[in-house]
Design a protein around this ligand. Structure first.
Ligand SMILES: [Zn+2]
Length: 66
């Protein structure tokens, strides 16, 4: 039994949804005891937890550099 495979179109439409997370090379870190500007909104007030720091303005979460 032979399975017929469809050929992909020469120009597939851009059906991939927009990526919400930045690519890995753009991930920033929250560095303790430093002024950390939020990469999203530019504010510098953070709610610092054990593993993540969250921007107090736009709630962007960044991992904390150790
Ligand atoms: Zn922010």
């Amino acid at each position: 039994m032979k399975i017929r495979l469809r050929r992909p179109r020469s120009a597939p439409p851009a059906a991939t949804p927009p990526v919400q997370q930045p690519p890995p090379e753009q991930i920033r870190w929250y560095v303790p005891r430093k002024v950390n500007r939020c990469p999203s909104c530019g504010e510098s007030q953070w709610l610092v937890g054990r593993a993540l720091a969250e921007c107090g303005h736009c709630a962007l979460a960044l991992p904390i550099a150790r």
